[in-house]
Design a protein around this ligand. Structure first.
Ligand code: ADP
Length: 479
């Protein structure tokens, strides 16, 4: 059995084969553990090869051993993530190595163990110390499993099943003891607590592996060809587990983003509420001249509008996903639509920013829901303003591109790194979730834009603007 933990910081640490993946220690630190294990494995392997040659196995037996070796290599190369197992991905190779131990004895099992790990580790281009240790570990575990399985004599079903359980348990124990040993040696840590933790985290895959091994050897003892029937369900289980794991990983990521979103929205709600409250209290408690009153009422008006926009965004984002709102498509004048958005933007622009509209001559009408197209354009222009903290020019360009009308909003602002250009259209995604630059937002605006544009059979994308900043474009079909 092989398990790898999901912990990320493992590049320079050892990776155990069964137990939490613990990374790889430098060779010198582990040589006290590596050296005796490798020497023991070389001796066992030497005797195993001699036994195989001297005993003169039949072609039928050799075919079975090679088949189990091939199955073990495939299983080791494609470990299966088992949900709920903290240790991570589990390789099903144990089943076939212990199968070899029960059916053909300790020598073929040691050779199958060695061949499996050597092939997979060489294929993964591991370092020589790790290849040597892991291949030795599987050699010793395979050999030991064969010796243990031989303790159960007889050909009956119960004896075969007992041999499989003994073999599987021994393989597991040798595997986990040697792994814990190398890890604790390299970290100068006590053996027992580490061993206990490794057993707890791998108990579930061990139980699964043992029962599968029993099924394999019972079928194999009837006929190796019948055992082939196991391949189908095993592959299905492996693929299913991988899929479930992938889905759960993405759900976890979404959950994390939602938590981040709640934190950001709380912050975003708090700021305007504080301003509105402060302005209202001042208005109520103090006698003010007309100019000051006017200015405070302006604060209340602007901040309330900001609150409404924020709440609208959250409502939109949940509606856009849960219910498909049919767009009210009609022929619209693209220039008129953009002109209204640009004019509105000019009323709230900071002094160091400008917004201009450029349009092509004789643009065709566009097939769009005017309210939704307006919402998308407003969002893009607002973003261009928001993410241009040092000012600059914002341009809205409308051109015809084949069967589409293209709306482009370019700014000279912060720009978007290439690797983030796709993800910013996903829900809750912000490039600056910590608000390090002090620019608030929910990460919902572009998600809503993408959904709305898709509802109108268009597409949206972002590209860098020459000379810095970014350019968001969306295409809508010509009416
Ligand atoms: P937000 O409410 O955070 O603005 P959006 O979905 O509108 O959410 O945008 C997602 C992220 O994309 C923003 O947090 C920001 O990091 C980045 N972004 C959007 N528009 C621009 C832009 N014009 N320039 C630079 N970055 C932008």
């Amino acid at each position: 059995m092989r398990t790898e933990s999901a912990t990320a910081a493992t590049t320079r640490r050892y990776r155990p084969r069964s137990g939490a993946r613990e990374g790889r220690p430098p060779l010198r630190a582990t040589s006290r553990a590596v050296f005796p294990v490798v020497v023991a494995a070389v001796i066992v392997l030497g005797f195993a090869i001699a036994e195989l040659v001297l005993q003169g196995r039949s072609a039928h037996e050799l075919g079975g051993i090679v088949a189990l070796l091939a199955a073990a290599i495939v299983a080791e190369a494609f470990p299966v993530p088992i949900e709920g197992v903290a240790a991570g991905r589990t390789s099903l190779a144990t089943i076939f190595i212990v199968g070899a131990a029960v059916e053909y004895g300790w020598a073929p099992a040691a050779i199958v163990g060695f061949g499996t790990m050597l092939t997979v580790e060489l294929g993964s281009r591991r370092g020589p110390d790790r290849i040597a240790y892991n291949a030795s570990l599987y050699t010793l575990a395979g050999g030991a499993a064969g010796v243990a399985a031989a303790l159960s004599s007889g050909n009956g079903l119960a004896a075969t099943a007992a041999a499989a359980v003994l073999g599987s348990t021994t393989f597991y124990l040798v595997d986990i003891v040697l792994l814990t040993w190398v890890i604790t040696q390299s970290r100068s840590q006590p053996f027992v607590p580490w061993f206990r933790r490794a057993v707890v985290s791998t108990a579930a895959p061990f139980a699964v592996m043992t029962s599968l091994t029993v099924i394999l050897v019972v079928l194999w003892s009837r006929s190796p060809f019948v055992a082939v029937a196991l391949v189908g369900p095993l592959v299905v289980i492996a693929l299913y587990q991988r899929r479930v794991h992938r889905v759960l990983e993405s759900l976890r990521e979404l959950d994390r983003l939602k938590n981040e979103f709640i934190a950001v929205v709380s912050h975003e709600l708090r700021t305007p509420i504080t301003s509105v409250y402060g302005a209202a209290v001042t208005l109520e408690q103090t006698k003010l001249d007309a100019e000051r009153r006017e200015s405070l009422l302006g604060v209340i008006y602007r901040e309330s509008a900001r609150l409404v926009r924020l709440v609208d965004q959250v409502l939109w984002a949940s509606r856009v996903e849960t219910a498909r709102i049919e767009p009210n498509i009609q022929a619209c004048d693209a220039e008129e639509l953009a002109a209204a958005v640009v004019k509105a933007a000019q009323t709230y622009l900071p002094a160091n920013l400008s917004v201009d509209l450029r349009t092509q001559e004789s643009l065709p009408p566009v097939a769009a829901d005017p309210e939704k197209a307006n919402q998308v354009l407003v969002n893009l222009v607002e973003n261009a303003v928001k993410y241009s903290p040092n000012g600059g020019r914002i341009e809205v360009d409308i051109t015809r591109v084949d069967g589409y009308v293209r709306f482009a909003v370019s700014d000279e602002g912060l720009g978007i790194p290439e690797e983030d250009r796709d993800r910013i259209f996903d829900k809750f995604q912000r490039l600056d979730p910590e608000l390090a630059r002090g620019i608030g937002g929910t990460g919902l605006g572009l998600f809503i834009c993408r959904e709305l544009v898709a509802q109108m059979d268009g597409s949206i994308m972002v590209a860098p603007r020459e000379g810095g900043g970014s350019m968001f474009t969306f295409d809508l079909p010509v009416a």
